[in-house]
Design a protein around this ligand. Sequence first.
Ligand code: C2E
Ligand code: MG
Ligand code: MG
Length: 570
Amino acid sequence: MKATSAGCVTGQRDANEREQIDVVALGIVTAAILLFVGTGSEVGPRVVNSFLQRGPGPDHFLLNAFLLNIAIIIFGWSRYRQLCAELQARKAAEKQARHLAETDPLTGFLNRRSFNACVDQMIATAAHNGQAVVLAMIDLDNFKQVNDYNGHNIGDLLLRECSGRLAAGLPPRALVGRIGGDEFAAAFPFDPNRDAVITEVASTLVETIGENARIDAIIIEVTASIGLARSDFPGIDNERPDAHALLEMADIAMYHAKRHGRNRFYWFEPQMADEMRFRKELEQGIRRGIGKGEFVPYYEQQIDLQTGELTGFEMLARWDSPHFGIVSPEIFIPVAEDIGAIGALSESVIRQALEDAKTWAPHLTLAVNISPLQLRDPWFSQKLLRLLVEASFPPQRLEIEITESCLHQNVAQARSLIASLKNQGIKVSLDDFGTGYSSLAQLRSLPFDRIKIDRSFVSSLIDNQDSAAIVHAIAMLGKGLNLPITAEGIESDGVLNYLLQYGQIKGQGYLYGRPRPAGELGEWMEELGNAARPELNAVRKAFRDAAGNSAAEAGDETGGTHEPRKRAGG
Ligand code: C2E
Ligand code: MG
Ligand code: MG
């Protein structure tokens, strides 16, 4: 039997109570019978003799005592019955209350507190029998989104469906608990010499929970990440782990599974604890850093390849962390997404970028990246509009970049967001195109203003024929669909010259310099005549030209400026 109810905690208590009631009842009955026998043996014969007129009748006092004894037995018995009934009712109510306190009402599984107690008991019994206990932490992937898209009712039904699959995939003696919203834990004893059974169980669980669920005619994609920890191996502090420590270890292994692609399981290993500590530091640092303005915009030039002119900048966020130094978005964006901080982080860097962009010449555009999670935020376009209004920045100069890989998750949502952004006059480009498997039909149905070819194809197109073929196909697709193209990741003159065959396309990449903070753009923009006060720039430029001091500079790796067309011309 699978111990999904709180039986292991309450069983012993129930037996003790029952014993106590039995002893009291036995005492009452024995005392009453002894009294009855004592007085009866004295009174009985005298009553009989007096009836037969063979002697004097019973002593009045004894007779009264005897009658009183009978009354006591009758009263005692009925009171005893009453008490039993009351006790039973109370016990049933207590049992119900305990059940509610120790189990999760939605799934009927143990809750965290009772699960821990049961696992501790299981570990002790297993050790006594020469066995060990494995604890599995099971977390549903992206469950929050299911709730957000479909409502909590569907979310609850999905949890029930998954709990059924979970219980069905476990061995008969397993304990199962619901530890958090979409987090379950299971534990069962095993023979340490035959631990292959655990990987079998874990693979089955990943497979069965990962099958699409049909809930109220909605097909829901669901997967689970699982972490495993065993009681016969040393824990985080090198001690034999108890239930609490096992849960912590399995939790760490489960997060490891999440970070390595989800829908899989991992065994706990001690170095994972260090990763976890690092991750916790990152999380806390990100939360603190947003408030302290440590997330700052860097800018990468976007160039019209034919004319070599600057057309705008893509804003790329950087974390200027006092603890870690300058951190790449590839590290902090996924963590900020996981801890629900991406909205606040993005808002903070976009706000700064809008202020920076106001100092640029009015024809220059500002492109910003958004996370797939923001794509799902129904208030995203309103929030963006508020930022634009606060900064008095014209929406026509703003471009939102949506990565291709997030489109397939919810095309309908993407479509409505793109439409609402475009209604406000904001442009929308499809970023990292070529990496996300969009279909042509999708591409046609989503009203993008631009396609950006992923840098992995562009930077390798000289040495790799496949990359060149993909770049060519995307350039032709852009022509066919009348969608302007931007090539990202231009690192060499060779790539630039190759791309010039496609006519009017935009480009960006390290050839034009690395992304730089706003403070380093100002002077350079003035030199190029792209600051917000062109009349001033024109005077300065004329002055410099007259002094024979060319504005064009040799580029350097650390973000030196380039005059693009010159480089393009070789
Ligand atoms: P992305 O939007 O595709 O940005 C281009 C990335 O390519 C940038 O990396 C940029 O530094 C890098 N890059 C530019 N030119 C070259 C080149 O010639 N060669 C090579 N090898 N790389 C080049 P970065 O800044 O590390 O950004 C990485 C990704 O992080 C971005 O990819 C974008 O998806 C994301 N990201 C950046 N800022 C934000 C943000 O504020 N919000 C969100 N949601 N995502 C952001
Ligand atoms: Mg981008
Ligand atoms: Mg990109």
